[in-house]
Design a protein around this ligand. Structure first.
Ligand SMILES: Cc1cc2nc3c(=O)[nH]c(=O)nc-3n(C[C@H](O)[C@H](O)[C@H](O)COP(=O)(O)O)c2cc1C
Length: 197
């Protein structure tokens, strides 16, 4: 038995209460509307994830992006299984992440539109190619490139874990783009009297 196990104290009197039996209150999934409302209170950054498959650029707005590990450097993005980006990123095995600034909230809107034409979806958006061939937004606050190292099931999404094989952070980025309560917001650490948040 570990020290951790020894330090756990059980309150036997609590277990004696009849309402504590798990069968009395099965843990059913929360209502979808309640779940959505709760998650809307979680502010997140906004990224454009990209991959290049057979010479075709695929891109999608994604906020379910996070760092996982420092050593090795790992990140994850959750990709809906029915999104066209899903099969593309799993087939390509490499992908890019462009962290958006507030200046580009229109790009987030465009690349979140379900069923948009695939070809030419990055037209008019300045991009350059990274090590993996993925398109990276030139005006991003940060850019990362990843090689998929694991794909986990996550309900109606897949959790795609990538080793970061490249990153860059251009100096003096515009205010960050944040998605919160169903809308986009600008977050800046700079003193800017003209910025209306
Ligand atoms: C702010 C925001 C964040 C989003 N984050 C994700 C995400 O993390 N993962 C995901 O699969 N879809 C996310 N979406 C939805 C996808 O962008 C959208 O379903 C996808 O672009 C549809 O493309 P398709 O028609 O090619 O399937 C997000 C949408 C918005 C507006």
């Amino acid at each position: 038995m570990t020290a951790d196990h020894q330090s756990v104290h059980h309150d036997q009197s609590a277990h004696d209460q009849p309402h504590d039996h798990p069968d009395d209150h099965p843990l059913a999934p929360v209502a979808e509307a309640d779940y959505r409302a709760a998650m809307a209170r979680f502010a997140s950054g906004v990224t454009i994830v990209t991959t290049c498959l057979d010479g075709v650029d695929h891109a999608m707005t994604a906020s379910a992006f996070t760092s996982v590990s420092l050593s090795p450097p790992l990140v994850l993005v959750c990709v809906e299984k029915i999104a066209r980006f899903h099969s593309a990123v799993l087939s390509a095995g490499t992908w890019g992440v462009s962290v958006l600034t507030d200046d580009h909230h229109h790009v987030a809107t465009r690349l979140a539109h379900r069923g948009r034409p695939l070809r030419g979806q990055l037209d008019g958006i300045p991009v350059h190619r990274g090590l993996t061939g993925a398109a990276l937004l030139s005006a991003a606050a940060a850019r990362l490139e990843c090689r998929t190292v694991a794909v986990h099931d996550g309900g109606d999404h897949s959790i795609v874990v990538g080793e970061v094989v490249g990153s860059d952070t251009p100096p003096d980025p515009a205010p960050a783009l944040v998605y919160y309560a169903g809308g986009y917001h600008a977050v800046s650490t700079r003193t800017d009297p003209d910025l209306q948040v």
